[in-house]
Design a binder for this molecule. Structure first.
Ligand code: GAR
Length: 193
């Protein structure tokens, strides 16, 4: 069984969906992998509580303790590698990664982004989709490459933008879909790693 390390910065609902898929899941959601660790750059990330409750090893590498992005990424990589993962999963991990870090995990690091890439890379995706008058919004699972929010697309889900939508309402509708597509995309990718 292959090891996965999941990186989070906050609530960790995508991480929880992946954990649940690995624990049991229906036949469509089943993920044949061991969640070897959940790693966060924030000690107060709420998702760490869920991970610990599930008996999953957790680690914190606090970016504020490092003088440079390179030093942070080096320690992050040491922590990740101690769990010997086949795949590194970014799940709401809100740090920009250095080229060296991305290179180290080339082809075995994925991210989920809350827009239909290549539209709206970066932050505030839902408000930008509303401001642009989009009729559909969504989420994208992609391989991580040097360019932010830009690697090869592995899966996408679209949701309608409804009259009177706020960014929060749209985010919640998209997040529900994220929880479905991320475990499936990982399950599809893993056999090739
Ligand atoms: C998710 O919507 C994810 O797509 C987004 O952060 C949220 C994390 O939620 N990621 C990014 O914006 C990355 N650029 P979660 O912590 O509940 O999974």
């Amino acid at each position: 069984m292959k090891n996965i390390v999941i990186l989070i910065s906050g609530g960790g609902s995508n991480m929880a969906a992946i954990v649940r898929a690995a624990q049991q899941g229906g036949w469509r959601e089943r993920l044949d992998a061991r969640i070897a660790a959940v790693v966060s750059n924030r000690a107060d990330a709420k998702g760490l509580v869920f991970a610990r409750e599930q008996g999953i090893p957790t680690a914190v590498v606090d970016h504020k303790q490092f003088a440079t992005r390179e030093a942070f990424d080096e320690q992050l990589a040491c922590t990740i590698d101690s769990f010997q993962p086949s795949l590194v999963v970014l799940a709401g991990f809100m740090r920009i990664l250095t080229p060296g870090f991305v290179e180290r995990y080339q082809g075995r690091m994925v991210n989920i982004h809350p827009s239909l890439l290549p539209a709206f890379p970066g932050l505030h995706t839902h408000q930008r989709a509303l401001d642009a008058g989009c009729r559909f919004a969504g989420a994208t699972v992609h391989q991580v490459t040097a360019e932010l929010d830009f690697g090869p697309i592995l899966a996408q889900a679209a949701v309608p933008v409804l009259p009177g939508d706020t960014a929060d309402a749209l985010a919640a509708r998209v997040l529900t879909q994220e929880h479905l597509i991320y475990p499936r995309a990982i399950a599809d990718l893993l056999p090739a790693l």
